[in-house]
Design a protein around this ligand. Structure first.
Ligand SMILES: Cc1cc2nc3c(=O)[nH]c(=O)nc-3n(C[C@H](O)[C@H](O)[C@H](O)COP(=O)(O)O)c2cc1C
Length: 439
């Protein structure tokens, strides 16, 4: 039983060219998804501010008209392995796809990162929404619900492989000549609908037992996967009411799987634009927006809606579109936003270009802290994924001005209490899932 009051969790959502589509054009922006020095500095800045984790999104395609942060970027596990060497406490979360991967590779890669970082690895489990991804692989893109059926089995296999060895299996007994104790190996022997993996995994059980599991899809099947398996859930909601609804629904599903809802942290994205006054913050956003041309904003909106908007008037309302097979929950959230605020297609596209449908907070540091507190205390969030519009200033403004306010209010830690990401999240280390040993 802990007596510490509940505190929020903070993640840095790290994208080299910033989150605002035009962030990289700001005179003070240092853009570059392949600029390791910048990525190192901002990760260390987040660690100095005691963030729970740094998070890398990922996709398996590129296009010249994509968001600048997504045209080119490091492979996440490779980048996090390098960042693990220049940090000591901050969690390291990488996205990896269950549609275009193999459980054995994924289990091994994340267990390796967990060892290399001393227990700081997290896997953002994604099913990969975009059908064009299949152009880069020797397979067809499965439909939405099948992608989640694959993901369910994939995650089970990965967790099973992480339990291949008892924690004390590698005895390295020089006198008896025993390196690994044969009685402490657990063979998975998985043969399922989509995957086969005999095991054992070729790496010892990792410091966290299981690296942290993050899930970021909010459709029904997405929430079920999160409820059954995730430690952290990333979301994108525009209003506190939507966020409260999602939060309550997810917690109910978590309880439905026999798990304690307080062991799953829900973290919506927030894009803060901070000024000394509201006017200054608004002017900052206007400045960023004026670099965005509609031609670069439209593909981002169309991608999220899963439909071309070419036949429609940009200055007219968003038409009723059929359910998308891509990012289903995001398409729904954006459609609700357009209806609620009576936005034209052009206005909606510019909104997506700024924050891709995440919640934007424009105001003073106090405004940002107040909003975060209201969501945190109002049953809408357990923490936030912070999305600076550009780097490094977007992050340095936040850590210099907002984090101290959250700390003064007792809402955020002033120092790390433990060494692993599991410790930061207040989660127990899991026992190996029960299975007959191979010995
Ligand atoms: C904060 C956040 C980060 C995400 N990161 C990725 C990512 O890196 N790669 C990816 O393919 N999808 C990513 N997604 C998309 C989700 O995995 C999911 O496909 C999308 O939210 C639609 O979910 P649904 O199909 O369950 O509605 C992210 C979603 C959120 C909210």
């Amino acid at each position: 039983m802990t007596t510490t009051p509940r505190q929020m969790h903070l993640g840095l959502f790290l994208q080299g060219a910033g989150h605002h589509v035009s962030g990289w054009r700001h005179p003070r922006a240092e853009a570059g998804s392949e600029n390791f020095d910048l990525l190192r500095r901002v990760t260390q800045m987040a660690e100095d501010a005691k963030f729970d984790m740094v998070f890398l999104a990922d996709g398996l395609t590129s296009a010249v008209d994509a968001h600048p942060s997504m045209i080119a970027r490091f492979e996440p596990l490779t980048l996090l392995s390098a960042l693990a060497m220049v940090t000591s406490r901050i969690g390291l979360a990488a996205t990896s796809s269950t549609t275009y991967g193999e459980p054995y590779h994924t289990a091994r890669a994340f267990a390796s990162l967990d060892h290399l970082s001393g227990g700081r690895a997290a896997w953002n489990v994604v099913t990969t929404s975009y059908a064009r991804t299949a152009n880069n692989f020797s397979k067809e893109h499965p439909a939405h619900d099948e992608r989640y059926a694959v993901a369910e089995e994939f995650v089970d296999v990965v967790c099973g492989l992480w339990d291949s060895w008892d924690d004390d299996a590698f005895v390295k007994d020089k006198a008896r000549g025993i390196y690994a104790d044969p009685a402490k190996v657990r063979v998975l022997d998985h043969v399922g609908r989509y995957f086969r993996a005999k095991g054992p995994l070729n790496i010892p059980r990792s410091p966290q037992g299981h690296p942290i599991l993050i899930q970021a899809g909010s459709s029904g099947p997405g929430q079920d996967l999160a409820a059954r398996r995730a430690d952290v859930v990333f979301t994108a909601q525009q209003t506190i009411e939507e966020a409260q609804k999602f939060y309550a629904s997810l917690r109910q599903r978590v309880a439905g799987f026999g798990r304690d809802p307080s062991t799953v942290a829900v973290m919506p994205g927030i894009l803060p634009v901070i000024g000394r006054t509201l006017e200054e913050a608004s002017a900052k956003l206007i400045e960023l927006d004026h670099w965005t041309d509609i031609a670069s904003a439209m593909p981002l909106l169309e991608e999220r809606l899963g439909h071309s908007l070419a036949p429609y008037d940009l200055d007219g309302p968003l038409p009723d579109l059929p359910l998308s097979d891509q990012l289903r929950s995001r398409a729904e959230l954006l459609t609700e936003l357009a209806r609620r605020e009576n936005l034209t297609i052009r206005q909606l596209a510019l909104r997506v270009a700024a924050g891709r449908g995440h919640h934007m907070i424009v105001g003073t540091a106090t405004d940002v802290a107040d909003r975060m507190q209201a969501w945190f205390e109002g049953g809408a969030a357990d923490g936030f994924n912070v999305m600076p519009p550009f780097f490094p200033d977007g992050l340095s403004d936040f850590v210099r001005e907002v984090v101290p306010l959250l700390q003064e209010r007792g809402l955020f830690r002033t120092d790390y209490e433990g060494a692993t990401l599991r410790d930061h999240l207040g989660l127990a280390r899991p026992e190996p899932e029960q299975r007959a040993s191979a010995g």
